[in-house]
Ligand binder design. Structure first.
Ligand code: SAM
Length: 254
């Protein structure tokens, strides 16, 4: 576990160096920003390695934790999961061994979606490339919608827009699980301060957004959803380990 955590830290340092070589981009153009970052990685290393690092690395450590969290928060084995910002399949791959039900993975970056589709090896699952924000699904379909390390890179307005979309596609009683950064956690505060320092140096960084619990409460109220649970990033909620980011679970009323 310790060496895996070290590997994740080394991945993060490497990713920061790649990001620092990117020209500043308009961070409201989500698609261009994300494609450009993945392309920069692809130019520097073998394809599969780039696909893993593009979403932060830690495939063997983080993916199983994400699966365990979804199970812990009530995803049924025969249920329907929508995975927003599915990336290159860090969640989809380990999930494919357990989830018998439906899955929709969406992301902005075609290369990541193609990789996720390949490694999940589930012809019955849907993987879709999207253009900006939105879930290509009808109302009241899914048991759970997850956002792992996705709202961390969006503005509050974009995050709320996505939560509205998630609420729309959820069945009554369905749940949203999202991870987030918050200033009350020292590790997250450091990410915030590093982002400020990078901005001052005019270095292109991914947007790192913090959300506080009061804001989540206001969002839940406006969405007409119940806050089921909010947990610190350092909490060990599942035996597989802690995610590092905080976790929030919202429930759509019956
Ligand atoms: C840090 S990665 C996390 C990937 C995955 N959720 C995981 O935990 O392995 C963030 C992902 O969100 C995607 N993303 C960013 N903005 C998005 C948006 N507006 N809609 C869908 N995906 C988005 C990025 O392309 C990237 O794959």
């Amino acid at each position: 576990m310790a060496s895996l955590a070290g590997a994740v830290r080394r991945s993060r340092r490497f990713l920061d160096r790649v990001r620092n070589r990117l020209l500043p981009v308009n961070q409201t153009d989500l698609k261009a920003t994300n494609i450009r970052f993945v392309d920069a990685l692809k130019g520097q290393m073998p394809h599969d390695k780039a696909m893993e690092l593009a979403i932060g690395g830690g495939f063997e450590l983080i993916g199983p934790i994400e699966v365990a969290l979804l199970r812990h928060y009530g995803l049924p084995e025969d249920g329907y999961l929508v995975d927003v910002g599915c990336g290159s399949g860090r969640l989809a791959k380990p999930l494919s061994a357990w989830l018998r039900g439906r899955y929709l993975g969406i992301d902005l970056v075609p290369a990541l979606v193609a990789h996720a589709r390949k490694i999940a090896a589930r012809p019955d699952w849907r993987f879709e490339v999207i253009q900006h924000i939105g879930i290509p699904e009808r109302d009241d379909q899914a048991d759970m919608v997850c956002f792992f390390s996705v709202l961390t890179h969006l503005t509050h307005e974009q995050s709320y827009w996505y939560l509205e979309e998630a609420r729309r596609v959820l069945k009554p009683g369905g749940r949203i699980v999202f991870s987030f950064l918050e200033l009350r956690e020292p590790v997250h505060l450091k990410i915030f301060l590093d982002t400020v320092a990078a901005m001052k140096r005019k270095v292109a960084m991914p947007m790192n957004t913090c959300i506080d619990r009061e804001t989540i409460g206001h969002w839940a109220g406006a969405l007409g959803m119940e806050v089921v649970e909010i947990r610190d990033g350092a909490d060990t909620i599942v035996a597989e380990g802690s995610l590092g980011q905080s976790t929030c679970v919202l429930r759509k009323p019956l």
